[in-house]
Design a protein around this ligand. Structure first.
Ligand SMILES: *[C@@H]1O[C@H](CO)[C@@H](O)[C@H](O)[C@H]1NC(C)=O
Ligand SMILES: *[C@@H]1O[C@H](CO)[C@@H](O)[C@H](O)[C@H]1NC(C)=O
Ligand SMILES: *[C@@H]1O[C@H](CO)[C@@H](O)[C@H](O)[C@H]1NC(C)=O
Length: 472
């Protein structure tokens, strides 16, 4: 798959693992702490290495200073002219503080890992301040596609993803056969507090299945739970391969584990969230630079649907029991979307490295042949989705003029350029057209009910949503 390519120099600076960030995420990893970001960093670093690039890793502020030759009294590191920099929001702030003004010459080659995504209005510092959207992780004024997310959340950002561990390829067959599985469920929740208030739900599941857990503290669990404590990844996979159901408890949101469960042949019980949760009403999302709403614990899995994923109301025990019956009544095969396989990740990262060009005005990727214009009185994210496509913000500039609109049968009677909205290009019922005068405010996710948006959609490779068919 990897063609002859130039080897490039890549700086990887995961701010979250630096001691200076005080996130202590690496320490917590062995104690039931969140693993998602670490999974993504290690998958990214492995991918870059396998693709043959020269990777330089800095994991502290002194490392970073040394790399750029700042305050060391010596010369910059011989590799300090990277072609690409992967960091995260904490790391970007560190790079700015270490390099000061001159950080700016690197701005185009920076990619910011950002688990939950940054929507354009939160990213744009003066818009965010003016509209009370300022947040500790927003206001970075990057190009929204520079934010690389864990799942394909908003098409305004780039979907980086990660690799789901599975043994589909190595240990074929026997282990996966559902009839070799025990009548066993594994619960998704490493911390005892995630289990609080879920007893009635677990009792119903326990009528059918032995319940196993990997929880940091077994007090507070129902006494029928077989708890294994915090165990390593391979042990979790072994438990998944013995189980039939992976049971969500409604938190944590949008982690890697449900996909790992599907890849190891479990069905996933995915709790609905009612009301929908977002940074507007949920402590966990507070301060995150987006207002994306989720209506279940795992929206990506929810879209995969039955027979793999059963999205249920945890408080409706009839519904839970119905889902369990249906799951236990059939053989569920291991399932892994291509974009989360090793090969899918290699393909995606390779294409992004070779083709994604965010700063040159002559950027020609994705190719315009992939563009399909959709007009609708809703967000472009939704409008493209309804057409079986995805919003592609890289095409916004192409649509942002009266000529292109005319070619798409929008006959602007009058028009203006404005930076007063997030939905442009758009027009009203008397064909007054608005064009975006601030490119950082192009956005897939906003809508305005009085306006029709002109949306830049594109196709995608099945199960590889980051790439269009002509993109590779
Ligand atoms: C519970 O789920 C069942 C089966 O899906 C449904 O018929 C019923 O209306 C639900 N009850 C409530 C209170 O939502
Ligand atoms: C289970 O399978 C049997 C036979 O295929 C079918 O009649 C029954 O309706 C199924 N039950 C559920 C809950 O799906
Ligand atoms: C469309 O917008 C133009 C410019 O703001 C305005 O003059 C016109 O009245 C609008 N048409 C409708 C139907 O609102």
């Amino acid at each position: 798959m990897v063609s002859d390519q130039t080897i490039i120099l890549i700086l990887v600076h995961p701010g979250v693992v630096t001691a200076e960030s005080k996130a202590r995420i690496a320490e917590a990893a062995f104690n039931g702490g969140p693993l998602g970001e670490l999974v993504q960093w290690s998958d990214l670093i492995s991918t870059l290495h396998i693709l043959g690039h020269h990777v330089y890793l800095t994991a502290s502020l002194p490392d970073l200073r040394h790399y750029f030759g700042v305050d060391t009294g010596g010369c910059p590191h011989f590799h300090s002219n990277p072609n690409l920099i992967y960091t995260d929001i904490i790391g970007l702030r560190q790079i700015k503080s270490v390099l000061k003004g001159p950080w700016f010459k690197y701005r185009c080659i920076i990619r910011v890992l950002d688990t939950f995504g940054t929507e354009p209005d939160f990213n744009h510092i003066s818009w965010a301040n003016k509209h009370k959207l300022a947040s500790p992780f927003g206001g970075l004024n990057m190009i929204p596609l520079q934010f690389y997310t864990m799942f394909p959340h908003t098409p305004d950002n780039t979907f980086l993803g990660f690799v789901v561990q599975n043994q589909l390829m190595s240990e074929q067959s026997e282990l996966f056969k559902s009839n070799k599985r025990q009548n066993q469920a594994l619960v998704y929740g490493k911390r005892a507090e995630f289990w609080e208030g879920k007893t009635a739900y677990l009792d119903v599941i326990h009528k059918y299945l032995e319940i196993h857990g990997t929880v940091n503290n077994r007090n507070a669990l129902p006494n029928y739970v077989k708890n294994h404590g915090i165990v390593k990844g391979t042990d979790v996979q072994a438990l998944l391969r013995q189980s039939k159901v992976f049971v969500g408890l409604s938190f944590p949101y949008e982690g890697p584990a449900p996909l790992e469960a599907l890849a190891n042949g479990c069905a996933f019980l995915n709790p609905k969230l009612n009301p929908p949760q977002s940074s507007l009403n949920t402590k966990f999302f507070k301060g995150k630079p987006n207002i994306r709403e989720i209506i279940s614990q795992h929206p990506y899995a929810e879209a995969i649907g039955e027979p793999y994923v059963w999205t249920v109301d945890m408080n409706n025990l009839t519904e839970v029991e119905g889902a369990l019956n249906a799951i236990l009544n059939q053989t569920i095969e291991p399932y892994l979307p291509y974009e989360f396989s090793c090969e899918g990740m290699l393909q995606r990262v390779n294409v992004l490295i070779e083709k994604q060009d965010l700063c040159s005005s002559a950027a020609s990727w994705p190719p315009l042949s992939a563009l399909q214009v959709v007009k609708a009185q809703m967000s472009c994210k939704t409008a493209c989705q309804k057409a079986g496509l995805i919003c592609e913000p890289a095409f916004f500039p192409h649509l942002n003029n009266a000529n292109t609109l005319a070619k798409n049968s929008v006959d602007c009677q009058t028009s203006e350029f404005s930076a007063n909205g997030l939905v442009f290009p758009a027009y009203n019922s008397t064909q007054h057209c608005w064009f975006q005068s601030d490119p950082l405010l192009f956005s897939c996710v906003r809508s305005d009910e009085s306006l029709t948006r002109v949306c830049p959609c594109r196709d995608f490779i099945k199960d590889q949503i980051a790439l269009c068919k002509d993109c590779i």
